[in-house]
Design a protein around this ligand. Structure first.
Ligand SMILES: O=C(O)c1ccc(O)c(O)c1
Ligand SMILES: [Mg+2]
Length: 616
């Protein structure tokens, strides 16, 4: 851990949606110290640069840099002379904006001359002109630059130019997208690095320009080692602003304030990974302590009956609230119909739905401190005298996440006896634990969820895959804790007509769309639940014919699967069996899963399940 004063946190206006004023307000509201003014945001703004300067000042934002200046160095005449004039005009703008630094990105023009000495001479002349006005020039290698695409090459040119007012700008995306090394940045003199930009990105195979312009995301949302990159930068002695610069199609339409909050969360995470700032360490996630459903009295009766067909029993009534506890094995489901509560608010907006997820953690206070440090909002439910306070935070979509840790005496801080009249012990049925909780996300919000679960709870994003719903594609990505105790598949769809799309549009936002319970004997579970009145989701015979061909299963096994509507898959050298309930009120549904060594979620079966659900 480096012992440093906090470095200024900056964000490029190009990251955020809206007009320039919206962007500035969002950056300030999130808590950034400064902004990079992207030239297009200035050109399309009706006020003068001096007014922009005042606006930023009023919001407490520094203008950290003006960018970009393109296609400057190593041009043939007459463009070369014209570029010098153009630079003077931009210096006028910078002075009106009140920023002293301009970003020059490496030339992308075909006519640019491949001659480092020419490039260095041009940049030196620009720096000399800038210096006369007390301004500085930073040179950044674009990964798709015509002749200069790597930081080492840009650094060589900066050194050749040898001007105090010319320095290097490094950007994690350009370095990491090319697979270039960043450790060498630590060896540079820190004062010659004039500015640092950070962006992450998912690993994609496409040309680097399109990748950069459409798919960058914030540190912690993608697959690049941005924390390591920042660590190298800090070792150089650089002590200027750390700035986020993300070009992303989804972010351009996301609400600017939510997006800016994610941006700050990502920057805080990257700082902690680089040892620049300290975050309370991750708490260990030990699974789901309980799920809470928002219901009214009628929905509660129906949901309680539905749960009984899955082997759950009513085990407790809250002492002071209109809340019931259903249990089986180690699974706790809370049905909340209390009028003046977060659940009631959730019910008003979404109807019967999961309104809170309580996570078991090894240290609830530390988990809460980390969430706070990562800008999560807190929630505290009303409670009666002597009732336990459960610390809660809001996930990125507002879902309530409660934190349940062991108390000082080693027991869980969740003591049902304390708050509930217990009617009976949890029955030992076929279901033992919650295996996973799957959520449907609103379009464009996958990165936000990935960042939340990764930064706050240390869950790791798994490979994303696509599932064909009869009405369009669904993209699915699971977030899993390091030891697998908490598994949260996240589903998202561009189409409003897929099961995910309908869920999000019909029920006003993101939410849990299925809960999977694990069992030791899937066939016994089907028989037991059918006897209790459960209708399993019917799977067409073609599925089983294909299954036989694919895995060479014995006929009697195939017949058994078919008779029980059980789906089958293999991964990680193990087997997986699963069946589904029909949806409750056409909303969420339940899955029962038996894992014999398999780690996945039966991806190959998802489209069969969705088609069966679409048939109703
Ligand atoms: O895509 C671009 O043009 C562009 C401009 C400026 C930057 O700092 C950058 O990283 C990319
Ligand atoms: Mg950049």
């Amino acid at each position: 851990m480096l012992n440093l004063p906090r470095l200024p946190r900056s964000i490029a206006t190009v990251c955020l949606s809206g007009h320039l004023l919206d962007k500035l307000e969002a950056a300030a509201a999130a808590g950034f110290d400064g902004v990079e003014i992207f030239e297009n945001d200035l050109l399309t703004y009706e006020g003068s640069p001096a007014e922009i300067r005042r606006l930023a000042e009023d919001l407490g934002l520094a203008i950290t840099i003006f960018q970009p200046f393109r296609d400057f160095e190593a041009m043939p005449e007459p463009q070369r002379a014209r570029n010098m004039d153009r630079a003077e005009r931009k210096f006028d703008v910078m002075q009106a904006l009140g920023t002293d630094l301009v970003l020059v990105c490496s030339n992308t023009q075909e006519v640019a001359i491949d001659d480092d000495a020419r490039a260095a001479a041009d940049l030196a002349e620009m720096a000399e002109r800038a210096a006369k006005r007390g301004l500085r020039v930073g040179y950044e290698a674009l990964a798709w630059g015509r002749n200069v695409s790597r930081w080492k090459h840009a650094w060589k040119i900066v050194q050749m130019a040898g001007h105090d007012s010319l320095g290097l700008i490094v950007d994690s995306f350009h370095t990491l997208s090319l697979g270039d090394e960043h450790a060498g940045i630590a060896e540079l003199p820190g004062e010659k690095i004039f500015f640092v930009q950070l962006a992450d990105a998912p690993r994609l195979s496409m040309d680097v320009l399109s990748w950069s312009r459409h798919f960058r995301n914030y540190p912690g949302q993608g697959d690049l080692d941005v924390g390591g990159f920042l660590g190298s930068v800090m070792k150089s002695g650089y002590r200027g602003p750390i700035s986020l610069e993300v070009f992303n199609d989804d972010f351009r339409e996301a609400p600017a304030r939510l997006n800016a909050r994610d941006a700050l969360r990502s920057l805080i995470l990257a700082e902690s990974q680089a040892g620049v700032a300290e975050l309370p360490a991750l708490a260990k996630c030990e699974g789901v302590a309980f799920l809470e459903f928002a219901v009214d009295v009628a929905a509660r009766t129906r949901l309680g009956g539905f749960l009984e067909t899955l082997g759950f029993r009513l085990c407790g009534r809250h002492r002071s609230k209109d809340v019931l506890l259903y249990r089986q094995g180690g699974i706790n489901l809370v049905l909340n119909a209390e009028q003046d509560s977060a659940a009631a608010e959730h019910f008003q907006l979404h109807g019967p739905s999961v309104c809170a997820m309580a996570l078991k953690v090894d240290d609830a206070a530390r988990a809460l401190a980390r969430a706070r440090a990562l800008q999560c909002s807190e929630w505290q439910e009303h409670r009666g005298v002597d009732e336990k306070a459960l610390p809660g935070i809001r996930a990125t979509d507002g879902t309530l996440i409660l934190l349940i840790g062991p108390d000082g005496d080693g027991d869980s801080s969740l003591s049902w006896q304390n708050d509930f009249h217990m009617l009976e012990d949890a029955p030992e049925g076929p279901l033992a634990q919650i295996d996973h909780v799957a959520q449907a996300l609103p379009t464009g919000s996958m990165d936000s969820f990935v960042l939340f679960w990764r930064a706050v709870f240390g869950l790791e994003p798994q490979q994303a895959f696509e599932i064909a719903d009869p009405q369009g594609l669904i993209r699915s990505r699971a977030m899993i804790s390091p030891d697998g105790a908490l598994r949260l598949p996240l589903n998202i769809s561009e189409s409003r007509k897929t099961s995910t799309g309908r869920f999000v549009t019909a029920f006003a936002g993101a939410g849990v769309h299925h809960v999977a319970f694990d069992t030791q004997d899937i066939f016994a579970a089907v028989q037991d639940f059918r006897a209790k009145g459960l209708r399993t989701l019917q799977i067409p015979p073609n599925y089983y014919d294909d299954l036989g061909a694919r895995w060479g299963l014995e006929d009697d096994m195939l017949a058994r699967l078919r008779e029980h509507d059980v789906l089958y898959d293999r991964d990680a050298g193990g087997e997986l069996f699963q069946f589904y309930s029909h949806a409750f009120d056409s909303r969420f549904f339940f899955e029962v899963i038996e894992r014999r060594g398999a780690q996945g979620f039966g991806a190959a079966n998802a489209s069969v399940r969705m088609a069966a659900q679409a048939r109703g």
